[in-house]
Design a protein. Sequence first.
Length: 95
Amino acid sequence: MAGKAAPKKDLSTLKRVRQAEKHRLRNQSVETKVKTYITKLDAALPSKDKEGIKKILNETIRVISSAASKGIIHKNTASRKISRITKKVNAALAT
């Protein structure tokens, strides 16, 4: 069995490696932002502050939609996340 081949060193491969690293960092940043906003929303739910919760919900939906439009998360995943948080907010405000 031959060992693993050495990585290629041509210019286009090196450029793709640099681009992949940039994209990975950008995607990681946006995914973290989505999770942070969802956590903020969950933390705000027990307060029952209707205006504050609605404001955070709208901001969270905006961040999730933005991530989906950039292709960082799939559009169905974005729809599912938005649906779940909206359902959670509606249930919390109803009681």
